[in-house]
Design a protein around this ligand. Structure first.
Ligand code: PMP
Length: 361
């Protein structure tokens, strides 16, 4: 079977070029007679992969020298705990903005470690907008950090701006947006992301952390949850997720060949506009999200008649368009269109949706 257009929210589609390269190098990486999977993480060859991947990643995001990049395991969900453990630094409170399911998860975990002040919560509007910063109830005096989720993978709400809240460090879950566009790293205290969307395959979690925020963990913090330990050991305090890290190293090279994040942003913006443009022009499909904060990565949409959902999914799959089922909390459909989804995939989806509306709508 030919490869399909996979609209999964994550683990998500990876670029064909990268998959082909991984396949070609699978048994024998660069004439070493070994797979990357079989290499010692401290050996010469793997050290080369690790160092080069960090250099490429730093270049892609223009990461300033006072930030460390960590390649860890545990998923973004572990970061919900690692952030308070590392960033409270003697304080007892933190500010959190709640704009969706993943913000809620981060808040619930944060509450185990500190007094969480929820500055605003959009749950009552089904997480379809982002409140203006002037309406947040920030506790800037006492908050150790401010946490938010720049892209909510489920409801499809994305920040197209960065909050300005003075010296309180911003701690952000960029799992479903990192590497989709350039960002000003210097505005953030810590950025974390699971790899299985834009960065590579599941099993790797990337953290970008400002150096001065490390080294003051909560008493009792396990060694493995201490950012500074990982930073001092170049993410090799223990055995890292070597193969997923290698897959990400191929993704970084692919992104550089595509023209870096400025080029990706243009491509991603156009993809999102194509899909939202079509949805808005149709009376059969709707996207409930405020146009000012629609995600470029995750596009939920509902059909005018939910009795047709199953049929839509079935026929879409037959047309080579898979994993379009929306999250149960939102219903309907969701197209996740990360970096690896080409414009052709969006065009194929729009053509399918038009045809479905014409014949069944
Ligand atoms: N945050 C966001 C925004 C996510 O989309 C996800 C996964 N879909 C997570 C956190 C959880 O990530 P992980 O499974 O890597 O722990």
């Amino acid at each position: 079977m030919a490869r399909i257009y996979n609209f999964s929210p994550g683990p998500a589609m990876l670029p064909n070029e990268v998959m082909e390269q991984a396949r070609d190098e699978m048994l024998n990486w660069h004439n070493t007679g070994m797979s990357v999977m079989e290499m010692s993480h401290r050996g010469k060859q793997y050290t080369e992969i690790a160092e080069e991947s960090e250099a490429d990643f730093r270049e892609l995001l223009s990461i300033p020298s006072n930030y460390k990049v960590l390649f860890l395991q545990g998923g973004a969900a572990s970061q919900f705990a690692m952030v308070p453990m590392n960033l409270l630094r003697g304080k007892k409170k933190a500010d959190y903005l709640c704009t969706g399911h993943w913000s809620e998860k981060a808040i619930a975990e944060g509450q185990k470690f500190c007094e969480v002040n929820v500055v605003a919560n959009t749950k009552s509007t089904k997480f379809t907008h982002i409140p203006a910063q002037q309406d947040w109830n920030l506790d800037s005096e006492e908050a150790a950090y401010f946490h938010y989720t720049p892209n909510e993978t489920i409801a499809g709400v994305e920040f197209h701006w960065i909050p300005e809240i003075g010296s309180v460090p911003l701690a952000v879950d960029m799992s479903s947006t990192l590497l989709s566009r350039p960002i000003d790293i210097s505005k953030f205290g810590v950025i974390y992301a699971g790899a299985q969307k834009n960065i590579g395959c599941a099993g790797l979690t990337i953290i970008i952390i400002r150096e001065d925020l490390m080294g003051q963990t909560l008493p009792g913090t396990p060694t493995m949850f201490d950012y500074q330990i990982h930073a001092k050991n170049n993410s090799m305090y223990n055995t890292p997720s070597t193969y997923p890290w290698y897959i990400s190293s191929l993704i970084f090279k692919w992104l550089k060949r595509k023209g870096g994040l400025v080029a990706m942003a243009e491509i991603n913006h156009k993809k999102a506009e194509t899909l939202y443009g079509f949805i808005d022009s149709s009376s059969f499909y709707t996207n409930p999200v405020d146009p000012a904060c629609r995600s470029w990565m995750n596009v939920p949409f509902i059909l005018a008649n939910s009795n047709l959902d199953e049929q839509f999914l079935h026929l879409a799959k037959q047309a080579g368009l898979s994993n379009l089922k929306g999250h149960r909390s939102v219903g309907g459909m969701r197209a996740s269109i990360y970096n690896a989804m080409p414009q052709e995939g969006i065009n194929a989806l729009v053509d399918f949706m038009k045809e479905f509306e014409r014949t069944k709508g």
